[in-house]
Design a protein around this ligand. Structure first.
Ligand SMILES: C[S@@+](CC[C@H](N)C(=O)[O-])C[C@H]1O[C@@H](n2cnc3c(N)ncnc32)[C@H](O)[C@@H]1O
Length: 270
């Protein structure tokens, strides 16, 4: 068993890993990420502290599945590409996507996260992990800038200092010839009421960056081509996996604009 001592925003990756593991153990999972369940079994941690119930785990899995679908579409259209998976945490997306060796895939997160990944997950061709803060931009020099590039960032942007986050996105747009960025972003209102976010509160993390709207991304050189409220990620095929209370809450709460706009999954081109 691997002992871990992560705090604040680094601990949140354990909450999402656990969510995907809970989903994988269900009879009818949304994502079915068995590698996440195996990773949880190898890590010595008090997982109960996140208070992650099945409905919350299914929501984590639905977000990952939606970003996987956009990732798959990009890789199908660009079999020779870079993928930069920023704030990867313990996510197993590279194994779920299983890209061909023509794809160069980089997982980037803090050095402590990368050390844990190296102990838990196997190496593979075309795959590298980089231990760095994503906002200390020196790591970008290690990425060849000759290919279309997909940037995936799940559960990352809201933890970044807004100024540093914008500088990161601008640097990515400038460095690569073309590509897409797919990520989730919080509204400013979601940052203001962050204490209602149980996994974030229990990890002791603080959220900083809430987007004013799509114009903030367009000003960085991105074109927003799709945006989905987190409340729309539960599809007609997956809704029956949720408890009746969760289904009712989703139906009622999604009519309240403030709540509906709190979190979006965005797909941008550059
Ligand atoms: C909520 S977790 C999400 C992890 C993973 N994407 C997932 O969905 O399971 C947030 C992740 O962002 C990482 N993170 C936050 N700020 C970062 C920064 N400045 N540089 C690198 N990683 C960062 C944390 O270490 C953590 O792994």
């Amino acid at each position: 068993m691997e002992k871990v001592h992560f705090t604040e925003e680094k601990a949140t990756m354990l909450a999402t890993l656990y969510g995907r593991a809970v989903d994988a153990r269900l009879d009818r999972p949304i994502l079915g990420d068995q590698a996440a369940a195996e990773a949880v079994d190898k890590i010595d941690y008090d997982w109960r502290k996140f208070g992650m119930k099945t409905d919350a785990a299914l929501s984590v899995a639905a977000r990952a599945a939606a970003l996987d679908a956009w990732t798959r579409e990009f890789l199908d259209a660009h079999p020779t590409a870079n993928v930069l998976h920023l704030g990867c945490g313990m996510d197993t997306r590279v194994y779920r996507m299983d890209p061909p060796p023509t794809v160069r895939w980089f997982d980037v997160d803090y050095p402590e996260t990368v050390e844990l990944r190296e102990r838990i997950y196997p190496a593979r061709d075309g795959y590298r992990m980089i231990g760095s803060s994503v906002t200390e931009l020196g790591w970008l020099d290690e990425i060849p800038a000759d290919r279309p590039t997909l940037v995936v960032a799940e559960g990352l942007t809201m933890y970044l200092d807004p100024e540093k986050g914008r500088a990161l996105l601008r640097a990515l747009v400038e460095r690569f010839p073309s590509g897409e960025m797919v990520f989730d972003a919080f509204s400013r209102g979601a940052i203001a009421v962050q204490k209602i976010n149980t996994p974030v509160r229990r990890s002791g993390a603080t959220l900083h960056w809430g987007l004013a709207g799509p114009a903030e991304l367009e000003a960085l050189g991105l074109t927003v081509v799709d945006a989905k409220s987190a409340m729309d990620l539960v599809t007609p095929e997956s809704i029956d996996r949720f408890t009746p209370v969760a289904r009712w809450s989703l139906k009622v709460l999604s009519k309240i604009a403030f709540l509906r706009n709190m979190s979006h999954l965005v797909r941008c081109r550059f």
